[in-house]
Design a protein around this ligand. Structure first.
Ligand code: FAD
Ligand code: FES
Length: 258
């Protein structure tokens, strides 16, 4: 992990509030683990001093480039969204422990379940699993048709089911409905998305090989400030915890309280 200024080579809107940002620099060569994240400093004013955590969505090691997808939420992501090609972004990373690829053997099936802005880290994961000879199946959940992104990109890697809460695109409902309706069987599940979705998956698939990526508010991103702690399941004393930034963001199902 180190800090570097990467240069923006491309920034474009995928939907009304989802941006795709590609940057180049030697640091990208170190981004080999899907599910890890980057900590971005996007400005110098007081409200922008804290870095913003954004997942690695894709890496091109030959071109030393990294792509991130982010939703424009508050001041930080707004500031990032107006940056132009040729400008630099101060990036610390890669941070955290990503998805364990070795848990799925070649020839086995992995189902990748993403919700909303939890979808991006699954793209680099899917590429790497496929390169290992794993069969990949994707379930991507969004609120509505106008929020859908990267369907084609995932389709190119394996079967992809899109589900929207209001039924305006794909099937209607939640990712759990797709798993049930399609009777999808799998050896490993990898997921990233909103906490209610992760909770539902961890209830239904508590006894299976499932890995969940958590999104917790962060400060330092490197284990020093305790902003991101979550409790360990079954700890009655309430003293055992994990730091999402350094122990996670990916945890096996049942390890931490969601
Ligand atoms: P503000 O609400 O103005 O932010 C104020 C402060 O709260 C900032 O310090 C900000 O970092 C923090 N904060 C606000 N929301 C979140 C949140 N959901 N998680 C963590 N910190 C938050 N978003 C994406 O769009 N794409 C991604 O790939 C992505 N990957 C993430 C990976 C990890 C490990 C984590 C923890 C979060 C990720 N997020 C991702 C969420 C993203 O970090 C927040 O949406 C972003 O920090 C909001 O910043 P803001 O300045 O626009 O919003
Ligand atoms: Fe500081 Fe995790 S964000 S300890």
């Amino acid at each position: 992990m180190r800090k570097e200024n990467l240069t923006i080579t491309k920034q474009r809107a995928l939907t009304s509030n989802i941006m795709e940002l590609t940057c180049v620099g030697p640091l990208a060569s170190e981004m080999t683990e899907p599910g890890q994240f980057l900590h971005l400093r996007v400005g110098t004013s007081d409200d922008l001093l804290l870095r913003r955590p954004i997942s690695i969505c894709d890496v091109n090691l030959d071109e030393q480039s990294v792509t991130m997808l982010y939703r424009v939420e508050g001041q930080g992501t707004k500031r990032l969204s107006v940056k132009q090609e040729g400008e630099q972004v101060d990036i610390l990373g890669p941070l955290g422990n990503g998805f364990p690829l070795e848990e799925t053997q070649p020839g086995e099936t992995a189902v990748l379940v993403g919700g909303g802005i939890g979808v991006p880290p699954l793209y680099y994961l899917s590429k790497q699993l496929k390169a290992r000879g794993v069969n990949v199946v994707h379930i991507l959940g969004f609120q509505s048709v106008e929020n859908v992104f990267y369907e084609q990109e995932f389709q190119e890697l394996g079967p992809t089911y899109v589900v929207t809460v209001d039924g305006t695109y794909g099937s209607k409902g939640f990712v759990t409905d797709v798993l049930k309706d399609q009777q999808l069987s799998f050896d490993t599940m990898y997921s990233c998305g909103p906490t209610p979705m992760l909770k539902a998956l961890s209830t239904i698939y508590a006894d299976q090989r499932v890995f969940l990526s958590l999104e917790e508010r962060m400060g330092c991103g490197v284990g020093a400030c305790f902003a991101c702690v979550c409790h360990v399941v079954g700890d009655e004393t309430g003293t055992s915890y994990r730091k999402v930034c350094t122990d996670g963001p990916v945890f096996p199902v049942g390890e931490v309280v969601l």
